[in-house]
Design a protein around this ligand. Structure first.
Ligand code: GDP
Ligand code: CA
Length: 311
């Protein structure tokens, strides 16, 4: 099974389903990024994983005509671009939820439409919202939903703290804890540690369940050569006191007893010794997923690392 954020995870999982039968794979996806826009329930990470596994990642030919119209209305929330095809996903999900389906139920219906046979589970069916506390130029503190921070304001604010609203009351979605307990291996996808993996681990019982499997758990570093390949991990890791490096992220997970193995990129080979000194297995390989073949090689390596089977 795997813990997943958005695009980095989606690419990795395309490789993983070539290594293990997709029906045997459970993916637990971050929902802290979820947001209601125009009355619609938008789940960016669930959708990224669904689209990538469904072969429509990056959705070619996507257009933004409805979003342009919403902007012309001056509609609240139209700073978030929703593609026209993507909009159908949000309309359909929102309708299923209004009919009383859980987010898990809606997720599996959507996944089936895209031909995804891996089991996709939201971390929780209960609402959790990632917020950041930032300070403006004058030093006054204010609070933003993660999407407002990142999409609306382009990540320009200095972040003081990250919070997962609703996390104390959130229950793991049905099957989540069982999937972790029963898995051959637990993989932490190359996703943002602070705003993609941490919300999942912070759901009561999920972090504990992963820690109980640490001997069979491994992650792939999302930091390559001292910076994220995309996204804002470089801005958010320091907020949690974490060095922006492959070894820094390893120590962030290992310090909480979450992983027994860690995969780093060849350019970070010099950090392998530091990671080994944390008492975890390290594999050094090419971690840049330029295509599905590269993702497959990386997934195989991650799985071997989790199982303690050093190549
Ligand atoms: P989202 O798509 O922004 O929701 O994000 P994720 O949490 O999945 O993460 C993006 C993370 O994936 C970033 O930290 C990237 O550095 C990492 N990432 C993306 N592509 C690759 C890749 O090919 N290799 C590795 N090692 N990391 C990647
Ligand atoms: Ca995300």
């Amino acid at each position: 099974m795997a813990l997943a954020g958005g695009v980095g995870a989606g690419k990795f999982l395309r490789g993983l389903v070539r290594v293990v039968p997709p029906e045997a794979l459970t993916v637990i996806v971050n929902t802290g990024d979820d947001i209601v826009l125009h009355g619609l329930h938008v789940s960016p990470d669930l959708d990224s994983v669904t689209y990538w596994l469904g072969g429509v990642g990056g959705r070619a030919r996507e257009t933004f005509r409805a979003t342009d119209e919403l902007r012309a209305f001056g509609a609240e929330g139209s700073w978030f671009g929703l593609g026209d095809m993507d909009l159908a996903t949000h309309l359909f999900r929102t309708r299923l939820l209004a009919e009383g389906r859980t987010l898990s139920g809606a997720t599996s219906t959507l996944a089936a439409r895209f031909g995804v046979t891996a089991h996709l589970l939201p971390m929780s069916d209960d609402p959790v919202a990632t917020h950041v506390e930032v300070s403006d130029d004058a030093g006054a503190a204010f609070d933003l939903h993660f999407q407002e921070y990142w999409v609306r304001r382009g990540g320009r604010d200095e972040v003081k703290a990250v919070r997962f609203d609703g996390i104390e009351l959130a229950r793991p979605a049905p099957g989540v804890v069982e999937a972790i307990e029963g898995a051959d291996a637990v993989l932490l996808c190359p996703s943002n540690p602070i705003v993609s993996i941490d919300p999942i681990l912070a759901v009561p019982r999920i972090g504990e369940a992963v820690a109980a499997r640490r001997g069979r758990a491994a992650g792939v570093s999302p930091i390559v050569g001292g910076s994220p390949l995309r996204g804002m991990a470089d801005k958010l890791l320091p907020v949690a006191g974490v060095e922006v490096s492959a070894a820094g992220v390893a120590s962030y997970y290992a310090g909480r007893g979450l992983i027994g193995g860690w995969v780093i990129d060849g350019v970070d080979q010099g950090q392998a010794g530091r990671v080994r000194a944390m008492g975890i297995r390290v594999t050094v390989t090419d971690t840049i997923m330029v295509d599905d073949d590269a993702a497959e090689r990386l997934a195989r390596t991650a799985l071997d690392t989790a199982l303690g089977d050093q190549p």
